[in-house]
Design a protein around this ligand. Structure first.
Ligand code: URA
Length: 283
C-alpha cells in the first residue's frame, strides 16, 4: 500500500522534525522498524490512506434542514440578525460554572457577508480577556494562514464551538477541552451564526470543531483532514488546529494545513499563484 506507506513516512518525518526542533538529537529505533521504514510494505491494511479517502461523515443532525434551504437574508437583515444574536449570547447564563469564571462571552468576529467561516474550539485566556476569538498565539498564526490565502481577517468570519472559556479550577493558565454537554448547550449559537451567514465554505479547526459541527468523528483529525465533509449542505474542510501547528513545527504538518487551505481557495474560486502553490514544499 504505497499510499499508506508514504502517509506514514510523512507522519514519521513530521514527528522526527518536531523532536529535532525541541533539541532532541537521538531516538531509539529497532533495526526491524528502520528496515520496515526503508521500503513500502506489502502488508494488507483495511485503513483508508491517510488524508485521501477517509470515511465521509454522516451528519448526526439529519433531521435539520439544510443551511441554504432558508431564504437568503438581505445584507441589512444579516447584520441586524447577527447583532441581535450577539446581544442574546452575551447575556447567556446556561453554564453556571463557565459564567462564574468567564471574563466575557467570546461571540465571534468578522463579517456576516463572509464566504468563509472558520470554526475553532473555545476561547483561551487571551480571548476571554479581549472578547475576540483567536487573538492569542494560535490566533496570530491563524491570521497569517488566512492572509496567506489572500484574504483578510475582516473578510471572513471566525467563531468557536464554545463561547465561554472552559474553566480550569485551581489554575489560572492552561486550557481544557470542552465537555460534550457544554458543546451541546452552546451549539445553538454557532448554528445560528452559520444560518445567518450562509457561508459558501467552512473550515473546522481541529477535532473538537469537527465534532461540534458534525457530531461524532468517524476517525481522528489526522485521517479526516483534507477530506471535504458537510454541515447541513455547507462544505466543511477539517484541518489541524493552529495550536497543534505551534506545538508541532514540522514542515509536513504545515504543508498539510496549507494544502487544506488551497482546497478551500479552489472551492471559493480564488486564484492560487505558483508562489502560493509552493509554500511549505520540502526543498
Ligand atoms: N483556540 C480556539 O479554538 N479558539 C480561540 O478562540 C482561541 C484558541
Amino acid at each position: 500500500m504505497p499510499g499508506v506507506y508514504h502517509q506514514l513516512l510523512d507522519a514519521t518525518i513530521g514527528h522526527l522534525e518536531s523532536l529535532k526542533q525541541r533539541g532532541v538529537r537521538y531516538v531509539d529505533a529497532s533495526p526491524e522498524s528502520l528496515s520496515r521504514l526503508a521500503r513500502p510494505t506489502a502488508q494488507k491494511t483495511t485503513a483508508a490512506p491517510l488524508g485521501q479517502v477517509a470515511p465521509k461523515v454522516i451528519s448526526q443532525r439529519p433531521d435539520e434542514p439544510g443551511v441554504y434551504d432558508s431564504p437568503k437574508l438581505s445584507a441589512a437583515d444579516k447584520e441586524s440578525a447577527m447583532a441581535k444574536l450577539r446581544d442574546e449570547a452575551l447575556a447567556c447564563t446556561q453554564c453556571g460554572h463557565l459564567v462564574a469564571t468567564r471574563t466575557q462571552v467570546v461571540f465571534g468576529v468578522g463579517t456576516v457577508h463572509a464566504d468563509l467561516v472558520l470554526v475553532g474550539e473555545a476561547p483561551g485566556l487571551d480571548e476571554d480577556k479581549e472578547g475576540e476569538p483567536f487573538v492569542g498565539a494560535a490566533g496570530q498564526l491563524l491570521t497569517k494562514i488566512i492572509e496567506a490565502t489572500g484574504l483578510d481577517r475582516d473578510k471572513v468570519y471566525i467563531a468557536n464551538i464554545l463561547k465561554c472559556r472552559p474553566d480550569t479550577p485551581g489554575k489560572v493558565y492552561g486550557n481544557r477541552k470542552p465537555r460534550p454537554e457544554e458543546m451541546e448547550t452552546c451549539f445553538p449559537w454557532v448554528k445560528r451564526q452559520i444560518e445567518i451567514i450562509q457561508p459558501k465554505v467552512m473550515v473546522a479547526l481541529g477535532g473538537t470543531a469537527v465534532e461540534g459541527l458534525l457530531g461524532k468523528m468517524p476517525s481522528g483529525i489526522t485521517r479526516l483532514r483534507g477530506n471535504w465533509q458537510e454541515y447541513r449542505g455547507v462544505p466543511v474542510m477539517p484541518t489541524f488546529h493552529p495550536s497543534y501547528l505551534l506545538r508541532n513545527q514540522s514542515w509536513v504538518i504545515k504543508r498539510h494545513v496549507w494544502e487544506d487551505m488551497m482546497q478551500v481557495m479552489e472551492r471559493l474560486n480564488m486564484p492560487i499563484s505558483e508562489k502560493q502553490r509552493g509554500y511549505f514544499q520540502r526543498r
